[in-house]
Design a protein around this ligand. Structure first.
Ligand code: PMP
Ligand code: GLU
Length: 398
């Protein structure tokens, strides 16, 4: 058998995808599993976006390769969106459209990281950040945060983590997995620190921009001193219920966009042409469905937080964005079920899946092993049932 490469060996399997797979396997055996593992909206893509895709197919104009970094009219639409929603001025030369925000992130890391470079990642983090950094043989500098601090990194923590080797700070706000949203003041405090360290660049993952219950989204790129060293990452998956369409993009200084374009030209080429055309309709067309999704998620957030309160020994922050709750369930570690000890969050998730028939993702993949992530992008009916199952399953542990 062919041994896998050192590069691949440095990387762990995606915890979110692994759990979703385990839950599908159990469901295929006929078990009624409720999956709150994968973070994806349970809504259909809005109709006008699908119509645009159908028209693109029928026009015959989208059968060929697109330019590597995306069609010009799509990049113009992204620039309009960035001006309209974020008051950010970008030109098409600043934009690279990719196969999901996951590829957008990988493009930046692979294009700029060398062995020994450091990337500051506040924990909890989205599972793929450290793995992509490891892929590049660079070093992750993890900054732990706590549930009591709403899982937010402070400016002082950021400053302590910076060294001459720091190349990037990467974070998501609203955050996957905690739902925390950095306020303008908190981001401003980061900016003040970063102004003292001009070699540090920021990868600002804004994919949950539209799923925000705290107020208006703030991008660090809005601060003039940061614009030239920020890479804004965004995409269609969450706010437009387009996970399967695989459209993500960056807005960045032109030399960064050019580097990602070069890399993408050797790896995937331009992403799906029809999905690109449909994205123009998504970004410039009716934005009402996105607001409908946001309100539905907000309602479910109340429901889920209410049900969690009813379960003993659960410590949870109040998420103000995204569609996850990330409770600390460590009070249940060390307890047993039928002689089997639940040592950690990984064991607890397997127990919840196999005994409680509810799929969630262990906090270990997110850098916070006391917690478990539940996505509430599911129907209210399923959420009620899932959190009842959670309560009953946890009550079986002694
Ligand atoms: N960033 C974060 C924080 C995410 O949760 C996800 C998951 N979708 C991505 C990036 C990747 O998104 P995409 O589906 O566009 O690749
Ligand atoms: N981002 C989603 C999640 O965190 C989708 C899965 C993935 O791409 O990792 O569940």
């Amino acid at each position: 058998m062919l041994p896998t490469s050192n590069t691949l060996n440095r990387v762990s399997e995606s915890a979110t995808i692994k759990m979703a797979q385990l839950s599908r396997e159990l469901a295929a055996k006929g078990v009624n599993v409720i999956s709150l593992s994968l973070g994806e909206p349970d809504f259909n893509t809005p109709k006008h976006i699908k119509e645009a895709a159908k028209q693109a197919i029928d026009s015959g104009k989208y059968d060929s390769y697109s330019p590597i970094s995306g069609y010009l009219d799509l990049k113009q639409a992204i620039c309009k969106k960035l001006k309209r929603d974020n008051n950010l001025d970008y030109k098409p030369e600043n934009i690279v459209v990719s196969t999901g925000a996951k590829q957008s992130l990988a493009n930046v890391f692979i294009s700029f990281l060398n062995e020994g470079d450091e990337v500051i990642i506040p924990a909890p983090f989205w599972v793929s950040y450290p793995e992509q950094v490891k892929l590049c043989n660079a070093t992750c500098v993890i900054v732990p945060t706590s549930v009591d601090a709403d899982f937010k990194m402070t400016a002082a923590q950021l400053e302590n983590a910076i060294t001459p080797k720091t190349k990037f700070l990467v974070y998501s706000s609203p955050s996957n997995p905690t739902g925390s949203v950095y306020t303008r003041e908190e981001i401003e405090a980061f900016v003040k620190v970063l102004e003292k360290h001009p070699h540090v660049h920021v990868i600002s993952d804004e994919i949950y921009e539209h799923i925000n219950y705290a107020g208006k989204h703030v991008s660090i790129a809005e601060f003039p001193s940061m614009k030239d060293r920020t890479i804004v990452v965004n995409g269609q998956a969450k706010g437009y219920a387009m996970t399967g369409w695989r459209i993500g993009y960056i807005a960045a200084p032109a030399y960064i966009a050019k580097a990602c374009d070069k890399l993408q030209g050797q790896i995937t080429s331009g992403t799906n042409s029809v999905a690109q055309h449909a994205t123009i309709a998504a970004l410039l067309g009716d934005q009402a469905p996105t607001e409908v999704f946001r309100q539905a998620f907000q309602k479910r957030r109340y429901l889920v937080l209410g049900m969690l309160k009813d379960i003993p020994n659960v410590k949870c922050n109040i998420p103000t964005g995204a569609f996850y709750v990330f409770p600390d369930l460590s009070a249940y570690f060390g307890k047993s079920y039928e002689g089997e000890v639940i040592k950690d969050a990984d064991d607890l998730c397997l127990f919840l899946l196999n005994v409680g028939h509810i799929a969630a993702v262990s906090g270990s993949g997110f850098g916070t092993p006391e917690c478990v992530r539940f996505s509430y992008a599911a129907s209210e009916e399923n959420l009620k049932e899932a959190f009842t199952r959670l309560k009953n399953a946890l009550a079986k542990l002694a």
